[in-house]
Each structure stands twice: as C-alpha cells, then as structure tokens.
Write a protein that binds this ligand. Structure first.
Ligand code: UD1
Length: 418
C-alpha cells in the first residue's frame, strides 16, 4: 500500500487551484440516470469515489467517457438496476442511485451500505421517504429490493433528521414523479443546491433548495445537458488549515467563496487572516494559533467534514479548545493518531478536549477514514521531523492530487508507491 511521507515545518506559499466538489459530483452523476441523452459534466475531480460511482453506473449499463476533468455519461438505457455489495461497501454514496432508479425504471436493487469507520450511517430515512412515495421495499440478503410497479407518487415528507444524501436521493426521485413533492427538514448543504441546479438545467422544477423545505413539481422527462460541478468547500477549508499550521500564505483559486462562512469564522477566531477577492481566498497563518471551540452542525453550521482538520490546527498553540461532534457518533478516529504525534487530547463522549502543545512531532501514523487522513497530513505539515502516513487510499477518495498541490506551495511531501 502507498505511503505519504511529510517533512514538517516548512511555510507554505503560493496558489492552489480548488477542484470540483466530490459531494456535488456524486449525486449529479447519479442524476444522469434520469436524463434522456448524453450528459456532459465538467470540473469533475479525479478521485477514487468518482471512479467508484462511474464503475457502478457502467455496471448498470451506462456508457461513460472521461477526459481531463470532464465526463460524458449516457445512462438512459440502463438494463441492470443493481448496485452490488462490492461497489457499495467502498462508498456509501452509492445509495444515491436508489431514488433515480426507482423513478426511472420502477425498480432497484441496492446493497445495504453497512457500517463504516465513522459510525453505522444507515439509510433508513431514504427508505422511509421512498415508502411514503409508494415504493415497496424489502430488505433481504443484505440488499434493498425496491419496486414501484405503478410509478412513485408525490408526497409531503418530513425527515426525522437532516440527511444530505437522503435529501438528494428523494429530490432526484421526485423530479420525475408526477405531482408536487414537498421535503421538509431537508439538508441545506450547498451540494444539495448544486444538484437542484443541475436537475433544473435538465428541465426539473425544483424550488427551495438551500432552505429546509424543498418543493419539487414532477415532470415527465428530463434532458441531458452540460453542467459544471461547483468547487469543493472541504478541500478549500483543508488548505486554509494548511496555511494556518505552517504560518503560510496561500491563495485558493476558484473557491466556493459563498459557502465557507462557518469555516472562515472559526479559522479567523483561531487567528488566521482571510481575505476574499472574487473567487479567490487569501489565507495567512498566524504566529500563534488561538484555541477555539467548535461544534459540528448541518449547513450552515460548521461541517463535520472539517472537524478532523480543525482539530489538527487546535493541537498546536496555547490554551484549551473543545470540539463537539454532533453528526457522526464515532468520528474521532484521528485522535489516537494525533496523540502519537504529541497532541494532548481527551475524549469524553462526543466531545474532544484539546490542550494545545507548542508543536507536534512527526511520527508514523495510519489513516482511518478520508477526513482523518487529511487531518494527519495537516498535522505532519506543521510538525517537526518526518511523518509517515499509511493507508493513504482513504485520502485518494476525496482529495485530488493532494501531494502535488501541497508540493507546489512548498510542502516537503511525497508518495512512496508500494
Ligand atoms: C453526507 C456527505 C458526508 C458528510 C455528511 C454530513 C456525501 C456523499 N457525503 O453524507 O461527506 O459527512 O453528509 O454532512 O454527500 N442518518 C440516519 N438515517 C439515514 C441517513 C442518515 O440515521 O437514513 C444519520 C447518519 O447516521 C448521521 C446523520 O444522519 O448521523 C447525517 O448523515 P447524512 O447527512 O445522511 O450523511 P451522508 O448523506 O451519508
């Protein structure tokens, strides 16, 4: 397995170009199932999760051609609406094909995602909403077998809990379901808005995306279009922390400036200087990092996908910070690894108490999930000495060319192929 080796302690300077958002690209690729013709997507990030959903769409019968950050996807003639365990187990977001398949083909067979490192992450709310739309769902042999032989019907549905992919799944199903569907307590994440924009470009009639009530007036068909994926706010936040930990000065080009408010606010409290000019974010790391409390929340709150990276920042400096994780019950896998680098962190339930230390020291560490890996890379950049990160396949799920992007701004980072 590949390893990433980081020699810490170098100030980062320069420009980083932000890639397309993974969490917008995945549902929009699933949405191509709904469109007649060949959809062209641009600003697609080169990531393992994108390869996984491409493999899944191909497995079901779609034709996909990719070149240089773009993909042409024809998924209107699928003959095999089946998402097998081997593909779903590596990426829970595979469940995003369920809604489109049911709406378009009246049936779907999707493996249950099962547990993952950061908690059980069920899809029960997706299923409950689809049942409210008339789907007949049977769980057997580890699979969701869903049918809507007479088509889905519009519904007024309220999610018990905010779920991002749940909102997206049902929004896609409702786009091609006659009548008015109203989704309440829906996720307000920018990626939900990007999906709604893509669907509307295809001819859907969706309003309210970005609020907690989304109204979808179903249409009979959607047409393929060309669509540009929004830039990635979590990649943006991760590079902002990199500047913070190295007293660096980085400009992030083509960043999603309108949706990084909560990240910006917390990083400013932590001492970073941040300026936004057009679509660029200029970040300068402080001489001294200020301990700052954070609680993760659904958008527009502070994102759980930035929690591990923010914790890496909080390990260094002076003072005490409290990080509370409210979205996923077990998302502190990075803590034990950060401690191996000298961090002083105590866990109490869903809260981490971080006593900042003057500096971390490089150590061999292991990635356990996508954002935990990012946090360890960041910690390594700020630490003294060498950090050796193993199981880096996690980071390849969600960060495009991370070593190249960091090297280009002066980081001493390299990958050792195994
Ligand atoms: C999405 C993001 C992920 C992010 C997460 C929270 C994608 C591809 N992934 O994941 O990066 O960390 O949002 O912002 O967009 N839940 C249930 N039942 C359900 C669905 C969810 O109990 O049917 C719970 C989950 O266990 C979790 C919470 O709801 O505790 C939020 O999860 P959810 O928003 O669904 O996360 P994902 O959509 O899987």
């Amino acid at each position: 397995m590949d390893k990433i080796i980081i020699e810490g302690g170098f100030e980062l300077q320069g420009e980083v170009s932000i890639s397309g958002a993974k969490n917008a690209a995945l549902p929009i690729m699933a949405a191509t199932i709904l469109a007649d013709g060949t959809t062209r997507l641009t600003n697609l990030p080169a990531l393992r999760d994108i390869n996984t959903i491409s493999a899944l769409l191909r497995h079901m019968g779609a034709q996909i051609e990719t070149s240089n950050g773009a993909a042409e996807i024809r998924a209107d003639g699928l003959d095999n609406p089946d998402a097998p365990y081997d593909l779903v187990k590596t990426m829970r977001a595979s469940a995003l094909v369920l809604g489109p398949l049911l709406a378009r083909h009246g049936r779907a067979r999707v493996s249950l995602p099962g547990g993952c490192a950061i908690g059980p992450r069920p899809i029960d709310l997706h299923l409950k909403a689809l049942e409210a739309m008339g789907a007949e769902i049977v769980l057997e042999h580890g699979y969701v077998n869903a049918e809507a032989p007479h088509g889905l019907r519009a519904a007024d549905f309220s999610f018990d809990q905010v779920t991002v992919t749940g909102t997206e799944n049902i929004m896609m199903a409702a786009a091609l379901t006659q009548g008015r569907t109203i989704l309440r307590n829906s996720a307000r994440e920018p990626e939900v808005v990007d999906l709604a924009r893509a669907l509307n470009a295809m001819g859907a009639r969706i309003s309210g995306a970005g609020s907690d009530a989304i109204i979808i007036d179903g249409v009979t068909s959607l047409k393929a279009v060309e669509y540009q994926i929004m830039p990635d706010r979590i990649e943006t936040g991760t590079f902002m922390v990199a500047a913070g930990l190295t007293r660096g000065r980085i400009t992030l080009k083509n960043a999603p400036v309108e949706c990084i408010g909560a990240i910006r606010k917390k990083l400013e409290q932590a001492g970073l200087t941040i300026h936004i000019e057009g679509r660029d974010v200029r970040v300068q790391g402080p001489d001294r990092i200020v301990s700052t409390d954070v609680k993760t929340e659904p958008y527009p709150g502070f994102p759980t996908d930035m929690q591990a990276q923010f914790m890496a920042l909080m390990t260094v400096g002076t003072g005490l910070s409290v990080i509370t994780e409210t979205i996923f019950e077990n998302r502190f896998m990075h803590v034990s690894e950060l401690k191996r680098m000298g961090a002083d962190i105590r866990l109490e339930g869903n809260t981490a108490l971080i006593n900042a230390v003057p500096h971390l020291s490089g150590a061999p560490v292991m990635a356990t999930d996508l954002r935990a890996s990012a946090s360890l890379v960041l910690a390594g950049l700020g630490a003294t000495g060498l950090t050796e990160l193993s199981r880096v396949y996690h980071i390849d799920r969600g960060y495009e060319k991370i070593e190249q992007k960091l090297s280009a701004v002066g980081a001493r980072i390299r990958r050792i192929k195994d």
